[in-house]
Ligand binder design. Structure first.
Ligand code: SAM
Length: 286
């Protein structure tokens, strides 16, 4: 079954009476080279590639799901749109190692899914993410410290640039710091807008995040770290001491003194601090 063939997809849709729901970010991949690459990237660096399991978010008609099923021991995919159920029953019929859970990924306990279905096996997250919840999904996986080795996801090109931007650069945002804290992100390749059906208005890119084991901060310090970053970026044009004095209930002079003590320029803006700077501030104020 060639799920990147427009004729095949149209025929499937017609037979099952399926139509796209734009609000669910349904842009399905029709470029045959992309899904095999995403699937392979999830296996990179695996200790035992034949034992690795995969979580997919958003199956569409199953084009990536099939590539995952060919390579991974087990695949669990979470898809919100139940209208895709009869289509997936047909497109995934050749595989007995795939389970599709029809649910909102933001309300799915992925840790429980991994424990129940994969029993502690190495796991990779692979997806062509719905663009409207790119950052929330990534943050949910990272912040919940899901036991996964890597996350390989397609996102809009602009989001990919921001997610992979090193902290303390003009392109970075609060999410860039969070991604760097939990992982080593890398932009792998760009994907032209013509690779999707229907075609979106912007190009996309695949990024891979290799999950890091971070243990230097306590839970309280970690929470403080992200409060500081979020607060700073909520007023990124202002000097950081301004939002932080409100956030920490300290005077600007006290925050400036704290910065000076840590070797941080008191006039710095949110984007001028490195992740390590924020970590030191969090540790100092906790
Ligand atoms: N993997 C397919 C592909 O590459 O062609 C589909 C990708 S499409 C960009 C995103 C998919 O995510 C759609 O099938 C959409 O229905 C699904 N989706 C949207 N919001 C979701 C949510 N909150 N939870 C789970 N799936 C969701």
């Amino acid at each position: 079954m060639e799920l990147t063939n427009i004729g095949t997809i149209r025929e499937l849709f017609a037979r099952h009476g399926f139509s796209f729901t734009k609000s669910l970010g349904q842009n399905f991949l029709i470029n045959p080279t992309v899904c095999p690459k995403i699937a392979e990237l999830g296996l990179e660096g695996a200790n035992n590639p034949s034992e690795v399991c995969a979580i997919e978010i958003g199956t569409g008609v199953g084009v990536l799901t099939r590539e995952l099923a060919k390579r991974y021991k087990k695949v669990v995919a979470v898809e919100i749109d139940e209208k895709l159920k009869p289509i997936l029953e047909e497109t995934l019929a050749d595989f007995d190692n795939v389970e599709v859970i029809f649910a909102d990924v933001m309300e799915t306990d992925l840790a429980a899914v991994i424990a129940d279905r994969f029993g502690g096996a190495e796991t990779a997250v692979c997806a062509n993410l719905p663009y409207y919840i790119t950052s929330p999904v990534i943050m949910r996986v990272l912040e919940s410290r899901l036991p996964v080795r890597s996350m390989t996801v397609m996102v809009q090109k602009e989001a990919a640039d921001r997610l992979c931007a090193p902290p303390a650069t003009r392109e970075c945002g609060a999410v860039s710091y969070a991604v760097r804290y939990y992982s080593v992100p890398k932009l792998m390749f760009k994907v032209n807008r013509g690779s999707f059906m229907p075609s979106p208005n912007v190009d996309s890119a695949v990024i891979r995040m290799e999950i890091s084991e971070r243990k230097e901060l306590s839970e309280t310090e970690e929470k403080m770290l992200f409060r500081l970053i979020r607060s700073g970026f909520s007023q990124r044009r202002k000097q950081l001491v301004n939002p932080l004095s409100g956030e920490l209930h300290k005077s600007k002079e006290e925050v400036s003194a704290l910065f000076a003590e840590l070797g941080i320029k008191p006039s710095a803006r949110a984007e001028e601090l490195t992740l390590e700077d924020y970590i030191r501030v969090a540790q100092r104020v906790c």
